[in-house]
Ligand binder design. Structure first.
Ligand SMILES: Cc1cc2nc3c(=O)[nH]c(=O)nc-3n(C[C@H](O)[C@H](O)[C@H](O)COP(=O)(O)OP(=O)(O)OC[C@H]3O[C@@H](n4cnc5c(N)ncnc54)[C@H](O)[C@@H]3O)c2cc1C
Length: 461
């Protein structure tokens, strides 16, 4: 007898789950219905900064699979249709067609919640004025591009200096804007320790971007035409023809909460290792993945909310395997992320100093400077690597890298070492590739590991 799988959310996690389930089960074995309240499926929000900045020409380049392509694979995608209620007891969802307002119930045997995350949009005066843009969806990206194309202005303010904020600063710079980044934190990129964030601050300043730290935005000032004209903090005003919000996201879990499903301390759904939602209400029939769940940090042992497409795709794959009758698990993350502003690459994995302290870990922290290639080889560029290791055991706890070309993806070596629970001493013996165009004879990550070994041996600073 055929079962029905219902998926809520038509992007990375949801459609990866649906596609993987379809690979494993024929349409006569498993009917798949996916609800998406937006206008696109399987799109790359990650590419929006590069589309806005002009590196990617066409919006459609960011779409991996359209609703029609999913339908051809027997996935019944219902666009512009929002799920407004989950009735877990009767295993059904209530959906609303956003054009007609018509509502209906759809029963499920298995349900996947992949509702993603909601951008933080503080309730400030002027926040909804024309000229103020989020960058969460392709529609948001298009609206921003329309504003940039149609208005004659040349000044842009980005609120927030996380990775989306700094990537948008680059995009606006590429479009010829004078860019100011207003940031509540001590330094940009709060996913780094402040000493590494300072390097990002200095590099961005060097690119001609005005960086404002420790600043709380109080309102968006509007002109006579009602459009945004400046961003105000307690004591200053920053003129703006366009304002971009990059203040972070929260798990989109109101539906799940109202259904009585378990949420963690960061507001994300709680699942087991197979991405099945925990607890009696889910009754073993509900899975969740992507930006709406919390994940286990394998280094700290704590649950965290990390909104990244890399996890969402993997979650979807795991869920699809499990609902399709296979077996897969998602063991957790080590907290790896990479981004860039113009030619500055920024990477991190594992714990920052404050994470290590919060987890009750004692650690040593070292910082080194090295180059991306042999010093004598053309194009060798400086990079800074910071490494944390556990005191006494020498276990690697985290790595942060800021530098030019070739810096960012070096963090993957540290991510693998963290996953394998290697010590910094073991890392020093890693057989990494070497030739002058690719690295100095001691790769910068190994130089940092060697310095960390010395610090661990001396008992920690
Ligand atoms: C500008 C930007 C740059 C990024 N860059 C990177 C990057 O470089 N690397 C990286 O790893 N990640 C990046 N990300 C994050 C990445 O895009 C997300 O982590 C990923 O999209 C999460 O996928 P998801 O399927 O969990 O959620 P989403 O992509 O948010 O999809 C959830 C979908 O569910 C739909 N939905 C929600 N509620 C309902 C409902 N009740 N009924 C019907 N539909 C519903 C939404 O409309 C949405 O389409 C970036 C994000 C942004 C915004």
């Amino acid at each position: 007898m055929s079962e029905r799988l219902v998926v809520i959310g038509g992007d990375a996690a949801g459609m990866s789950a649906a596609s993987q389930a379809r690979r494993l089960k024929k349409p006569e074995e498993l009917e798949i219905v996916a609800f998406e309240r937006g206008t696109f499926t399987s799109f790359s929000a990650c590419g929006i900064p590069y589309w806005v900045g002009g590196d990617v020409e066409e919006r459609d380049d960011l779409i991996a699979r359209t609703p029609e392509a999913h339908r051809e694979r027997a996935i019944d995608v219902r666009m512009r249709t929002e799920v407004v209620e989950i009735d877990a007891r009767q295993r059904r969802v209530r959906s609303r067609d956003l054009a007609s307002g018509t509502e209906e119930w759809t029963t499920y045997d298995k349900l996947v919640i992949a509702t993603g995350a909601r951008p933080v949009r503080p309730d400030l005066p002027g926040i909804d004025a024309p000229g103020v843009h989020g960058v969460q969806t392709l529609d948001d990206g298009q609206a921003l591009i329309d504003t940039l194309t149609k208005t004659k202005g040349r000044r842009a303010v980005v609120i927030g200096a996380g990775y989306i904020g700094v990537e948008m600063a680059e995009a606006l710079l590429h479009r010829g804007y004078e860019v100011t980044v207003v940031n509540r934190g001590q330094e940009p990129m709060s996913t780094l320790d402040p000493d590494m964030g300072r390097l990002v601050h200095e590099a961005m300043t060097g690119m001609g971007i005005t960086m404002v730290n420790d600043a709380e935005v109080t309102k968006i000032l509007t002109g006579d035409d009602g459009r945004a004209r400046a961003v105000a903090t307690d004591d200053r005003e920053f003129p703006a023809d366009v304002v971009v919000l990059g203040i972070g996201v929260r798990p989109e879990t109101a539906l799940a909460r109202d259904a009585g499903l378990p949420l963690g301390e960061h507001g994300g759904l709680l699942t087991d290792l197979g991405m099945r939602v925990r607890g009696p209400v889910a009754d073993g029939a509900i899975w969740a993945g992507g930006d709406c769940v919390e994940v286990l940090n394998l280094v700290s042992g704590r649950e965290q909310h990390i909104a990244l497409g890399t996890h969402a795709n993997k979650h979807g794959q795991v869920i699809g395997s499990n609902v399709g009758g296979g077996y897969a698990t998602f063991p957790g993350v080590v907290g790896t992320a990479v981004s860039k502003v113009c030619d500055l690459e920024i990477a991190r994995t594992g714990l920052r100093e404050k994470d290590a302290r919060a987890a009750g870990l004692q650690y040593v922290a070292v910082t080194i400077e090295s180059t991306s290639r042999a010093g004598y080889y053309p194009g060798a560029a400086l990079m800074t690597v910071k490494m944390l290791a556990e005191r006494r055991t020498g276990r690697l706890l985290g790595t942060q890298i800021v530098g030019r070309e070739g810096a960012g993806k070096r963090v993957d070596v540290a991510a693998v070492a963290l996953t394998a629970r290697m010590t910094v001493e073991q890392m020093t013996a890693l057989d990494l590739g070497y030739a002058p165009p690719f690295s100095p004879v001691w790769d910068p990550v190994l130089v940092a590991a060697r310095k960390a070994v010395t610090a661990v041996r001396s008992g920690g600073a």
